[in-house]
Design a binder for this molecule. Sequence first.
Ligand code: NDP
Ligand code: OXD
Length: 307
Amino acid sequence: MSIALIMPERNPRGLASAIRAIDQGIRVECWPHIGDPDQVRMAVAWHQPGGALSAFPNLEIVSSFGAGVDGLLADPDLPAGVAVARIVYPGLVAQMSEYVVAAWLAWRRRFWEFAREQSQGRWTPRPHRAGDTVGVMGLGELGRDSAARLAGLGYRVLGWSRTPKDLPGVEGFTGEAGLADMAGQSDCLVCLLPLTAQTRGILCAPLFEAVRPGCFLINAGRGAHLVEADLIPALDAGCLGGACLDVFGEEPLPADHPFWGDARIHVTPHVASMTDENAAAEHIVEDWRRIRDGRPPAHPVSRERGY
Ligand code: NDP
Ligand code: OXD
């Protein structure tokens, strides 16, 4: 029995060593060097090439190397009947919350503006931005921690999810009408949704028209949540005041993309929360043992729901 690591864009040898260091009894192989495909029971995949997942007749579980599973579920070669899982652990959650809080505070306290003015030798004191209400789209593992930390800093926090939530310090919203209601009260919108058929393109002109004028947008979900063509017009119209984007329709963001040169848009290269090899290895070994013992993985994914 073996685990196949399928991650063509990164060197999986460190992850393989970290797994072996936890449990020497586990056989780990790095795609495309798979000795006996019949032995593979578990695959860990990130940006796997077409056909890679259909090569293992005895595969029982495929885990995403990250928290998002859109790339796995969209793979036409994901075998039917195989369980799907993902990797989430406290450090990953904490990194995301730090990113969200950092972006919100940099905007609210005008750090980006002052950095630009420093580079011009300009001393122009201004108070912080007035709005204090943050709407978080997605209250899962990541969104609810970000929401809790923002609430802990004293901000008014609203949260939108598919099913109703009762979280301390967070006013909950659901459904399309709930999203419009939440947006209308938000000075900052944070997208921490999974990418599904229902959430694709959700950050679009009608939503930007519904938010409080000058709202700040943070998208750390997936690039395809944002209708990119709607962003600059929403900034020009004053619906949005600025944006901090970590994820894009095409990554790396193409050199000639208009977002690069727009001072109102802050680009980070998909780093909001990066999966750590050692933490991932522990998670993978735990899931391996669960599958071996006939238990569900730690973070199972519903194919029907899409997350
Ligand atoms: P979860 O699956 O734990 O949570 C998803 C949340 O979104 C849930 O609250 C869910 O509602 C809500 N949701 C899903 N569909 C809808 C819908 N149609 N309407 C309203 N709410 C909806 O995901 P995580 O929090 O772990 O991760 C979220 C995403 O963050 C990942 O899928 C990935 O794309 C992205 N990510 C980005 C990273 C980065 O570095 N930029 C790093 C890691 C993840 P409910 O609770 O009712 O089910
Ligand atoms: C993830 C990511 O989904 O890094 O974990 O985007």
